[in-house]
Design a protein around this ligand. Structure first.
Ligand SMILES: Nc1ncnc2c1ncn2[C@@H]1O[C@H](COP(=O)(O)OP(=O)(O)O)[C@@H](O)[C@H]1O
Ligand SMILES: [Mg+2]
Length: 316
């Protein structure tokens, strides 16, 4: 599994090093003490770490009452602010209510414990970020195992998962390759691979009555221009943009804009038209290239209005 890294880590995008793109509020705070294999959270025996993101840590554990492996997500910070905690609880509630084959099912929440955590289905697979990285390294076995066309087809599942989220008034706000998991063991036939959307950590309910959440959330290589300008006043089309940026990286190996300077990325999203993905992926069908560019339109009104409309255009 991937380690998205802390805020000061770098990760590789094609040949270019970018600062870690995850925008979060935990950077300066002390991390929770780690749990070692064999330790317990309630009746869950910890087996190891499945992955880490900007905010959370996902552990592999065994549910000793039922006797199955699960994934446990908890915050990485030791003393989360009320705001961070509130957002964490919102994440669980949002994800739990979205029952869809491409959204990870939640089994339960432990909120009234010292360090709240929730339990979900443990998936076996690879994040899209990891797959892209491996393809960028030019591994021949990987190139056979994950053809871009197949991955694009799996990615359509993620668009359809978002259709449900959007219908329920949920905007994900952090669609990116690290938040998509491609299921399946290496030995599985490609045709059987499924993609799932993870991480509703910064998702927002469109009509949330709470005080506006003015902080900038999302990940810079994938963030929509209007989400940079006002994270609060966005709709489903901001996710369509991030889907477009993710699909762009999936087919070309690099996000639409590459800049090791955060301000440079911001300005590119706001003002610069992305290069045609066929510049980097000449074999890409014209229809898919056009679909990706349309999803990346600066003006929300010029994009696909819905995630499934983008999925249709991609799958054509
Ligand atoms: N249900 C799961 N099964 C297996 N691995 C998971 C699961 N959920 C998350 N992961 C792994 O943990 C990483 C971080 O999870 P994520 O929910 O994105 O956390 P964060 O909010 O910190 O970004 C993912 O990129 C993935 O590698
Ligand atoms: Mg994440």
């Amino acid at each position: 599994m991937t380690d998205e890294g802390g805020p000061r880590r770098t990760r590789l995008y094609g040949a270019v090093d970018l600062p870690d793109p995850t925008i979060d509020e935990t950077g300066a705070l002390p991390a929770q003490p780690g749990l070692s294999p064999g330790e317990y959270l309630e009746h869950y025996r910890i087996e190891g770490v499945l992955g880490r993101g900007g905010m959370g840590e996902v552990l592999s554990a065994k549910d000793e009452q039922i006797g199955r492996s699960v994934a446990i997500k908890r915050l990485r910070v030791a003393n989360p602010s009320a705001h961070v905690l509130d957002r964490f609880l919102r994440e669980v509630r949002i994800q739990s209510r979205l029952e869809h084959p491409a959204i990870v099912p939640v089994y339960g929440l432990y909120a009234d414990v010292e360090q709240p955590f929730f339990v979900m289905k443990q998936l076996a697979g690879t994040t899209l970020a990891e797959v892209i990285e491996r393809l960028a390294r030019g591994d021949v076995a990987d190139a056979k195992q994950f053809s871009r066309q197949h991955l694009l087809r799996a990615f359509v599942d993620v668009c359809l998962a978002l259709e449900l989220a959007h219908a329920r008034g949920v905007i994900h706000r952090d669609i990116k390759p690290a938040n998509v998991l491609v299921e399946g063991a290496a030995s599985d036939p490609l045709a059987k691979r499924k993609a799932l959307l993870m991480d509703f950590g910064v998702a927002r309910l469109a009509d949330d009555p709470r005080a506006p959440d003015a902080s900038l959330v999302g990940s810079l290589p994938y963030i929509a221009p209007e989400q940079i300008q006002n994270a609060d006043a966005i709709d489903a089309r901001a996710d369509v943009y991030s889907l477009g940026a993710t699909a762009y990286e999936l087919v070309t190996g690099r996000p639409p804009f590459v800049d090791d300077n955060a301000l440079g990325l911001v300005l590119a999203h706001l003002n610069q038209p992305p290069a045609d993905p066929r510049t980097f992926a000449p074999e890409l069908p014209e229809s898919a290239a056009k679909a990706i560019l349309r999803a990346l339109a600066k003006e929300p009104a010029d994009r696909y209005a819905t995630a499934p409309a983008f999925a249709d255009a991609l799958a054509r």
